[in-house]
Design a protein around this ligand. Structure first.
Ligand SMILES: Nc1ncnc2c1ncn2[C@@H]1O[C@H](COP(=O)(O)OP(=O)(O)OP(=O)(O)O)[C@@H](O)[C@H]1O
Ligand SMILES: [Zn+2]
Length: 582
């Protein structure tokens, strides 16, 4: 196969390599790009190796291309505005390649075993894809449970349907029997028919007369209503609000005037009384020819009494006249006031009348509505009655049913209920067919689940059995005085001369060998890789053991590539046998 790499990792000069089947050793100085090349090859097996990890940080585009026969696989990436865009055609996309196709100081299993950890359960379940099988198994188990549940449901429905069918047969028999009984009794029935039609006519007549009465009443109410409306209008035209207000204003004015006039009158009356007394005193003084004042006792010429009396009399008569006219005025105003008060009372009375008319108008309206509703109701009753009579024209329904018919009707209702239920459930023969179909499905699913179960257990054992098979011979061939096995609970157990040895006590080449054996076991059991790459820096073998190891590895994959540090660049066949055969 032919590999071309450019701008991957530290490889900036385009690199082209022809790799022959068998074990190839790729030698180059430190920091030349051996790891970069290995990563390029692994990146064609899994997209878990990301473009970001591959692309040389100083380049904007990179390419890995592998041509194998007529097939071309590649990863081509470009950096555009800080993002890497990639086109790829992988040989496979399986992240187990990181564990099983590449043995380097970064290999997780190697790291773990070098650290002295002996639990390899994660390695076995990851490389065997046991979890995927488990998930599939569980999915199937769920389907199986669902199928069983729906079969049970169907069985239940089947039992119900059978029972319903039996009930249907018995009901049909009962109906048949009752129909026969009815036929014998039908002679009696024809008599009743006449009676019934008379009763019907009576009922209709009754309703019709009720409707007529109500209609007449409605007509009368309507007339009353119209009359009331007219009256209200007439009265309202009489009572004009502004005239009423004017009268009230006038009344107020008169009352005010009356108040001022009456107070004037009482003043005048008091003045008159005073004058009358003075005039009497003066007259008396004149008769006595008094020479001194009857009030203050000062000297008065008796001759002046007469002239004084004259002045007072004049004043008296003028005041009396004024009082007289004031009294007349008051009288007049009081009359006017009474008139106006009468008018206001009239207004109030009419207003009252209007209120009363209005309330009786409302009452009439309600009565009309009630009547209309009653008439509608009666007409509906009539219509329904007519419909019922028409529907059951020549039958006897419309009246109470005879007990036989009632019983037949009841049975028929039960019958149609059962048929409805049966339609929902399905008829028993159909259900039975479905049940047997389900049973086949259950059978099939059970077998599948069992297969997965067996596969699951087998898979779990496979790598361990393979490990048992190959570990001791490899260890022997590598001349390590050790035996190793993986226990049922997935622990690595290593022994020397039958004594258990803690992994931590093993030398690093012993640990590395055991890790490699585990990887070989998983490769044989679960995973086929097109090439297997070993980074020599992961190994601490002496030359003799290194040669032996290459022999062990050569059958592991069609291509085995070992990268080594060397001052010179060299690509060559690495094992004697292959060198001999090529
Ligand atoms: N993505 C990258 N971008 C730029 N340079 C890189 C990148 N990856 C690695 N390098 C550099 O490229 C050079 C080659 O690295 P690489 O790990 O492939 O060398 P190596 O041949 O495996 O060396 P060693 O013998 O020490 O293991 C190193 O100098 C490394 O720092
Ligand atoms: Zn006097």
């Amino acid at each position: 196969m032919k590999l071309r790499v450019s701008n991957i990792g530290g490889i900036t000069e385009p690199l082209e390599l022809e790799i022959a089947p068998g074990v190839t050793s790729y030698e180059a100085p430190n920091a030349y790009g051996k790891t970069s090349l290995s990563k390029a090859l692994i990146s064609l097996l899994t997209s878990a190796v990301k473009a970001e990890d591959l692309l040389n940080v100083f380049s904007d585009s990179a390419e890995i291309e592998l041509m194998d026969g007529s097939k071309t696989y590649y990863r081509r990436m470009k950096r555009i505005k800080g993002n890497i865009i990639e086109e790829k055609q992988l040989i496979m996309d399986d992240d187990r390649a990181l564990l099983l196709s590449y043995f380097s100081p970064e290999n997780k299993l190697l790291v773990q075993i070098l650290a002295g950890e002996d639990n390899v359960e994660w390695f076995i379940s990851t490389t065997s894809k046991i979890n995927e099988i488990k998930a599939k198994k569980e999915e199937l188990e769920k389907l199986l449970q669902d199928a069983k549940n729906s079969r049970d449901e169907m069985q239940k429905n089947y039992n119900i349907a059978i029972e319903l069918q039996q009930r249907l047969v018995s009901i049909d028999r009962q109906i048949e029997k009752l129909e026969k009984e009815k036929e014998t009794g039908s002679a009696i029935i024809s008599n009743t028919v006449q009676t019934i039609s008379i009763t019907r006519q009576n009922k209709l007549d009754e309703i019709n007369s009720k409707i007529n009465v109500k209609r007449e009443e409605l007509e009368k109410t309507k007339q009353k209503l119209e009359k009331t409306e007219e009256e209200i209008k007439e009265k309202e035209s009489k009572v004009k609000i502004d005239t009423k207000q004017e009268i009230e204003k006038e009344l107020k004015r008169i009352e005010e005037e009356l108040r001022s006039l009456t107070s004037k009158r009482s003043e005048l009356e008091i003045e008159l009384k005073v004058l009358e007394r003075v005039s009497e005193e003066i007259k008396e003084a004149d008769q006595r020819h008094a020479s001194s004042c009857y009030v203050c006792g000062s000297h008065v010429d008796p001759e002046t009494w007469k002239s004084r009396s004259q002045v007072i009399s004049k004043e008296l008569s003028s005041k009396t006249n004024a009082l007289e006219s004031l009294r007349n005025e008051i009288l007049n105003l009081n009359n006017k006031k009474q008139d106006l008060e009468m008018k206001l009372k009239d207004f109030d009375r009419v207003q009252n009348d209007i209120e009363q008319l209005k309330s009786s108008y409302e009452a009439l309206k309600t009565k009309m509505e009630t009547l209309q509703f009653q008439i509608q109701d009666l007409e509906r009753q009539k219509r329904e009655m007519e419909e019922k009579f028409n529907r059951t024209g020549e039958g006897i329904a419309g009246m109470r049913l005879s007990p036989i018919d009632e019983k037949i009707n009841q049975l028929k209702k039960q019958r149609s209920d059962i048929i409805y239920d049966l339609q929902n459930l399905g008829i028993p023969t159909l259900i039975a067919e479905k049940i047997s179909q389900k049973e086949r499905e259950i059978q099939h699913l059970s077998e599948k689940v069992e297969e997965y179960n067996i596969d699951f257990l087998k898979r779990l054992r496979l790598a361990k059995e393979e490990f048992m098979k190959i570990s001791n011979s490899i260890l022997k061939e590598m001349e390590f005085n050790l035996t190793a096995e993986v226990t049922d609970d997935n622990k690595l157990v290593v022994r020397r001369n039958n004594a258990k040895l803690d992994i931590k006590k093993l030398s690093s080449s012993e640990r590395t060998t055991i890790a490699l054996i585990l990887i070989l076991s998983s490769l044989k059991s679960y995973f086929t890789t097109p090439y297997f790459i070993i980074d020599e820096s992961a190994m601490t073998f002496d030359q003799k053991r290194y040669e032996k190891l290459l022999n062990v590895l050569k059958g592991i994959s069609e291509y085995v590539i070992v990268t080594r540090s060397s001052e010179k660049i060299n690509v060559r066949k690495a094992t004697k046998e292959l060198r001999a055969s090529s």
